[in-house]
Design a protein around this ligand. Structure first.
Ligand code: NAD
Ligand code: DAU
Length: 340
C-alpha cells in the first residue's frame, strides 16, 4: 500500500510514521508544510529509509496535492493547525489549513480515483465541553465546538462526511482525546510543564487548574489510526481515548513528582477564554469494530515521557533556540520560505 501521510513532521504524525515504518511494508509519502510545529529533526533517523520520502508543501496546494494523490492509494490526514491558544489569537491559518486544506485533499483523492481509504484525524474537542456528571462523548453526539480551533476541526469533519455521503468517498474519521509522549511541541501542557520544570521556570496553570482532559499515550492513538486505515468501516467515525480523566493539577503534580520538584513552581495565571471544562470519550465502538484499546497506563506513559524529555534535551533546546528551523536548509539546500 502507498500512503500519503500529511503533517508527518508534527507530534502525532511523526510517531505514526515511525510506527508504520517499524511494523508495515507500506510506502510513505510525508507531505508537510514545516510550519513552526513541523520539525524534520523528529524523523532525521528515518530520512534514508527506502519506504519513506518527504515532500515539503501545503495540503491546500491543489496542483501539488493532485500530483501526489495520483501516486498513492490511501491518505492519513494529520496536517492541521493544532493549538487552541493560537486559534484564539488569530484563526485565519486554522481556516486555511484545517478547513480548506481538508477539502483540497478530499477533491484530489476523488479525482485521482484513489483505491484505498481516506483517514481524517480529528479531535474530541469537536463535541464541546462536558459537565462533571455527564456521560462520555459518543460518535453520535452533536458537535458543539467552542474554540476557533475546534470549530475548524468540526468543519473539516463535516466536509469529510459530505464527501462520503455525496460521492461515496471511503472516508473514516477518528476523534481522539489529549495525546502526550515524545516529540510533542513544547507549547502544549505536558511538554511545557516538563521543560519549564527542568529549566527552573514557573509552571503556568490556567484558571483554577481543575479542567479535566482524557490523556492518551501517543502510540496508542497511532495504533488506533492504523487500525482505522486497515479495518475501519467506510463512512464511520471512531472515538479514541485513554480512559484516563485527570485535572490539569493532577497531571502537573505527577510531573513535578517524577522530576523531584516542589509545587511552589506552580503559578496560577489568567484563564483561557472559552476554556472547555471537561472531555471524556466513549471508545466502545473502536474497541468493538477495530479491536483497539489503549495499552499504556498514564503512570507508565508519563514516566516514559518525562524521561524522554530529560534524555532528548538536544531536540527541544533546538526548538527553543529556533535552530531546528535551519535543518531543512542544511539537508535540502533550500530556504524554508515560511516564517517561524
Ligand atoms: P502538530 O501541530 O504537532 O503538527 C501539525 C503538523 O502539520 C506540523 O508538522 C505542521 O508543519 C503540519 N502542517 C500544518 N499546516 C499544514 C499545511 N497547510 N499543509 C501541510 N502540513 C501542515 O499537531 P499534532 O498534535 O501532531 O496533531 C495532529 C493531528 O491530530 C491534528 O489534525 C490534530 O487536530 C489532531 N489531534 C491532535 C491531538 C493532540 O492531543 N495533539 C488530539 C486529537 C487530535
Ligand atoms: O483534546 C484534544 C486536543 O488536545 C487536540 O485536539 C489539540 O490539538 C491539542 O492541542 C489539545 O488541546 P488542549 O487545549 O486540551 O491542550 P493544551 O495542551 O493546550 O492544554 C491542556 C490543558 O492544560 C487545557 O485545559 C489548558 C491547560 N493549560 C495549557 C497550557 C499550554 C494550562 O493550564 N497551562 C498552559 O500553559
Amino acid at each position: 500500500m502507498k500512503i500519503l501521510v500529511t503533517g508527518g513532521c508534527g507530534f502525532i504524525g511523526s510517531n505514526f510514521i515511525r510506527l508504520l515504518l517499524d511494523s508495515r511494508d507500506y510506502e510513505i509519502t510525508n507531505l508537510d508544510a514545516l510550519t513552526y510545529a513541523g520539525n524534520l529533526e523528529s524523523l532525521s533517523d528515518l530520512e534514508d529509509h527506502p519506504n519513506y520520502r518527504f515532500v515539503k508543501g501545503r495540503i491546500e496546494d491543489r496542483d501539488l496535492v493532485a500530483e501526489l494523490m495520483r501516486q498513492v492509494d490511501s491518505v492519513v490526514n494529520f496536517a492541521a493547525e493544532s493549538h487552541v491558544d493560537r486559534s484564539i489569537q488569530d484563526a485565519s491559518s486554522f481556516i486555511t489549513t484545517n478547513v480548506m486544506g481538508t477539502q483540497v485533499l478530499l477533491d484530489a483523492f476523488r479525482r485521482a480515483g484513489c483505491k484505498g481509504v481516506f483517514v481524517h484525524v480529528s479531535t474530541d474537542e469537536v463535541y464541546g465541553s462536558l459537565a462533571p456528571d455527564e456521560p462520555a462523548f459518543k460518535e453520535t453526539d452533536s458537535l458543539y465546538p467552542n474554540s476557533p480551533y475546534s470549530a475548524s476541526k468540526a468543519s473539516s469533519d463535516l466536509l469529510c462526511r459530505a464527501a462520503w455521503k455525496t460521492f461515496g468517498l471511503p472516508v473514516v474519521i477518528t476523534r481522539c482525546s489529549n495525546n502526550y509522549g515524545p516529540y510533542q511541541f513544547p507549547e502544549k501542557l505536558i511538554p511545557l510543564m516538563i521543560i519549564n520544570g527542568l529549566e527552573g521556570r514557573k509552571l503556568p496553570v490556567y484558571g483554577d487548574g481543575q479542567n479535566i482532559r482524557d490523556w492518551i499515550f501517543v502510540l496508542d492513538h497511532c495504533r488506533g489510526c492504523l487500525a482505522a486505515l486497515e479495518k475501519g468501516r467506510k463512512g464511520a467515525i471512531y472515538n479514541f481515548g485513554g480512559r484516563c480523566e485527570k485535572t490539569n493539577m493532577e497531571v502537573i503534580r505527577s510531573i513535578l513528582e517524577i522530576l523531584g520538584l516542589s509545587e511552589e513552581m506552580i503559578e496560577f495565571v489568567k484563564d483561557r477564554p472559552g476554556h472547555d471544562r471537561r472531555y471524556a470519550m466513549d471508545t466502545s465502538l473502536a474497541m468493538r469494530e477495530l479491536d483497539w484499546r489503549p495499552e499504556v497506563s498514564f503512570e507508565r506513559g508519563i514516566e516514559d515521557t518525562v524521561k524522554w524529555y530529560v534524555d532528548n534535551r538536544y531536540w527541544w533546546e533546538r526548538i527553543i533556540s529556533g535552530q531546528y528551523r535551519n535543518y531543512y536548509r542544511v539537508q535540502y539546500g533550500k530556504d524554508l520560505g515560511v516564517k517561524p
